[in-house]
Design a binder for this molecule. Sequence first.
Ligand code: SAH
Length: 332
Amino acid sequence: MPASAKPREGFGPFLGPLFGPFGGGLSMGWPKLAGGLAVRLARMGRELRAAVTSRRAAGRDADVATRRPAGSVTLVGAGPGDPDLLTVAAVKALAAADVVLYDHLVGDGILDLAPAKAERICVGKRSGRHSLPQEEINTLIAAQALAGRRVVRLKGGDPMVFGRAGEEIDHLDALGIPVRVIPGITAALGCAASTGLSLTRRGVSRAVTFVTAHGRDGERFEPDWARLADPQGTLAIYMGREQARAVGQGLTGAGLCAETPVLAVENGCRPDERHHWTTLGAMAADGVAAGKGPTLLLVGEALRQRRQGSGAAYAVDDLGAGHHRGQRLDHD
Ligand code: SAH
């Protein structure tokens, strides 16, 4: 990444010019965000809403539009990690961006597709630091658009799959800010491709379910195991690593065979992709051996054939990344 394209650490550089008095003293490091900036962002949100409402009430929308260029927001799916998996529309939107707000799942190399002069703002978790609360991300996106900028909100995978796109779209709708969505390859489909595992198989799996085993903001959440325990379906479980034992217990408890194959794909479609094979029964006892990278759990009989075709027995093992893009897929 060229030096000029380095992501900014604080919010001061763009808030200053935009918000005058609010911008002062905001060039702070990330750890301080939770305190003073949170309060300021909340105030900014209230002021933005009030400004939009009063303009509408005064019937001056057209006038305002001629005096200040309308900004726009594009929610862009960044795919599972490999820049080659971006859509052409995503590449065009990035190339035209004035500002990119990205989250921690966005793969290396994708941010480089925005112009060097575009502002880059990380709003996601990074190595032990907290992400911005969703309300504050909503406020930031809106503030940038109302300042007349072309805003790209870049999200891992597809924005509409466990991406909180709904909340951001609602917020922009409420402010009358136009928003467009460019789809991305969601983790389940990226991982199916990179592992060479078809999620459906004639006579074996007739349905694919995208599900999360994770509650809202750490809330406890008990999936409907009986509904998910379909022996003729494949489950793609997002955010499931920490809940892997509970998933194994829930699904076997609801009647799925303990021998049902499970593949945990860690860092799918990235150079460090890793595979951790197990079975539902073993996962119920031991969880999965995946590391800290984003990990998708694939569960179902559709996975069995390729695994058996390779001649290996089911076991918890790490298969490494030797089959990554363009390399051989018969990874055993
Ligand atoms: N919008 C994203 C999902 C965000 S939820 C999408 O469509 O893919 C975050 C979860 O997605 C992670 O916890 C993990 O379960 C999954 N995930 C995202 N990227 C992944 C990747 N490269 N490899 C494996 N799983 C991934």
